[in-house]
Write a protein that binds this ligand. Structure first.
Ligand code: UDP
Ligand code: MG
Length: 310
């Protein structure tokens, strides 16, 4: 018997918990001839009744497990906490709010049974509200362009991973993490199942603007060197500008005998210093980037198969 672990981070989901559990229970019992299962709820310090709801389920079912975080650490950390405790052969992470239709699990497991190690649920259509929808699309576009890691589009944290992938994941110790990108970086044998993302079932989204901006920053800073390179671009632009300016006034001075006061010449000198500064900034940033890279201690590579090795 193989075991399925399901990880569900929950923040203020008191109404959703019984619903998602009931749905999952039905789906998992249809698989029970082949699979054992555990459902891990990670309560991200909700102050409503989420706590009681999960406890109630734990009392009735031994395969429901519960982690309670000591404060609100946010979704990504809650998810990490769940991953660290998952013990199954395949691990599925999903939201508590039914926006990740549990029925898809069946399709995902089929793919895993075939061969794949990472199965993403990919949204082909969104029913989110206008602003959220378009900011999300803009994020993807922006980040896909600027990131150094290839990232699959339109996937969020609804995914199935093999325990082998989980083992590799545990080795990545970076702090400001954006899990989706970590999985993208590791890659493995990846595939997708498509679905239409429904609207949030009950309650408002708990991702506030502040959280979304923090996430976007983490995305950019963890996976892109663009913010460093931009200084170099500005620097080179000023080099060209200052030299055009310099050539122009030299020409004017020698050919047209125009009279140039000292401050105009000083402007050129200032511009020269400016680009030096920008280039220097860029070099400095490159060093910082490397220091950052060293400290986050990512493995240099991850081996996915070994044959004939002891
Ligand atoms: N969540 C969490 N901690 C938070 C915010 C959200 O654990 O601080 C959980 C939430 O309960 C849900 C998932 O993360 O299961 C996704 O949150 P939400 O549905 O608000 O995000 P959206 O679907 O709008 O991206
Ligand atoms: Mg949601």
């Amino acid at each position: 018997m193989k075991t399925i672990s399901i990880i569900i981070p929950a923040y203020r989901e008191e109404q959703n918990i019984p619903i998602i559990f009931e749905t999952l229970r039905k789906i998992l019992s249809s698989l029970s001839d082949k699979y054992d299962s555990e459902i891990i709820f990670v309560n991200d310090w909700s102050i409503d009744k989420t706590w009681d709801e999960i406890l109630k389920l734990c009392k009735k079912n031994d395969n429901v497990k519960w982690l309670n975080l000591s404060r609100n650490f946010w979704h990504q950390q809650a998810l990490t906490a769940g991953y660290m405790k998952a013990s199954g052969d395949l691990i599925i992470s999903m939201d508590a709010d039914m926006q990740d239709p549990p029925i898809l699990i069946l399709k995902m497991i089929k793919k895993w049974e075939k061969w794949f190690e990472v199965v993403y649920a990919r949204r082909i259509k969104r029913h989110d509200r206008f602003l959220k929808k378009y900011t999300a699309i803009a994020y993807y576009k922006l980040l896909a362009n600027f990131s150094d890691t290839k990232i699959p589009r339109d996937v969020w944290d609804f995914r199935l991973i093999d325990k082998k992938v989980l083992k590799a994941f545990k080795k990545l110790k970076e702090k400001d993490r954006y899990i989706r990108w970590i999985f993208a970086w590791m890659w493995f044998k990846t595939t997708f199942v498509d679905y239409e993302r429904p609207e949030r079932f009950l309650w408002e989204t708990s991702y506030t603007w502040r959280k979304m901006i923090k996430l976007a920053m983490d995305w950019i800073l963890n996976f892109s060197t663009f913010p460093l390179k931009i200084w170099a671009i500005i620097g080179f632009f000023i080099i060209i500008l200052s030299n055009i300016f310099f050539l122009y006034i030299t020409y004017d001075f020698f050919i047209n005998w125009a009279d140039y006061p000292l401050y105009k010449w000083i402007n050129v000198v200032l511009l020269w210093f400016m680009w030096l500064l920008f280039i220097f900034l860029w070099i400095l940033w490159e060093y910082i980037w490397r220091i950052y890279n060293e400290t986050r201690e990512r493995p240099l590579y991850i081996i996915s198969e070994k044959v004939n090795f002891k």
